[in-house]
Design a protein around this ligand. Structure first.
Ligand code: HEM
Length: 141
């Protein structure tokens, strides 16, 4: 990866996963004893702000990730590296889908918001696996 693209990829990963981790490990537990109406209001406000972070992070990760594939992975023969890269991208797309679904104000995603804590845990766990696979790929796959 060129240094700039590597930096964009890492900054986006740190900011995105940091935000997910903060909501999952701090905000949700800290809001447990609030009244339901207060909780709803809090999550509406947090989602309104966080959705812009998610859109930016998704855009940065996809752009820098595709650049990196074009610059460094394209020449590689089909094999273990590509298989794990595909697994990583599919898992990353799941994380993007869940994060956007939880934070976009669309009735279409109400089913996700009804189990917010569960979907947050799932997307945070998937993001941890994505980082593990990335570390493996970094070493050459
Ligand atoms: C949840 C989303 C994602 C996270 C947390 C993530 C995280 C990372 C991290 C930490 C690295 C290692 C960078 C380094 O060591 O300097 C990396 C490398 C990479 N990422 Fe991602 N990434 C994500 C999504 C994507 C997507 C969507 C793509 C493709 C479109 C992608 C393609 C790549 C590629 C090709 C590399 C280089 C692998 C290598 O070193 O050979 N990533 N990613």
């Amino acid at each position: 990866m060129s240094v700039l693209m590597q930096w964009i990829h890492l900054v986006a990963a740190v900011v995105g996963i940091g935000g997910l981790g903060f909501i999952h490990m701090i905000l949700i537990p800290a809001s447990r004893d609030l009244e339901p109406a207060q909780r709803d209001l809090l999550f509406k406000r947090v989602s309104r702000k966080f959705q812009y972070v998610i859109w930016s992070v998704v855009l940065m990760l996809i752009t820098s990730g595709l650049y990196s594939i074009h610059a460094h992975a394209w020449e590689r023969p089909w094999g273990v590296y590509w298989k794990w890269l595909i697994v990583k991208i599919v898992l990353a797309l799941c994380v993007f889908f869940i994060s956007l679904g939880l934070n976009l104000p669309l009735a279409l995603f109400d089913w996700l918001r009804q189990k917010r804590q569960m979907w947050l845990s799932i997307s945070f766990t998937l993001a941890m696996i994505v980082i593990l696979i990335s570390a493996y790929l970094r070493r050459g796959g």
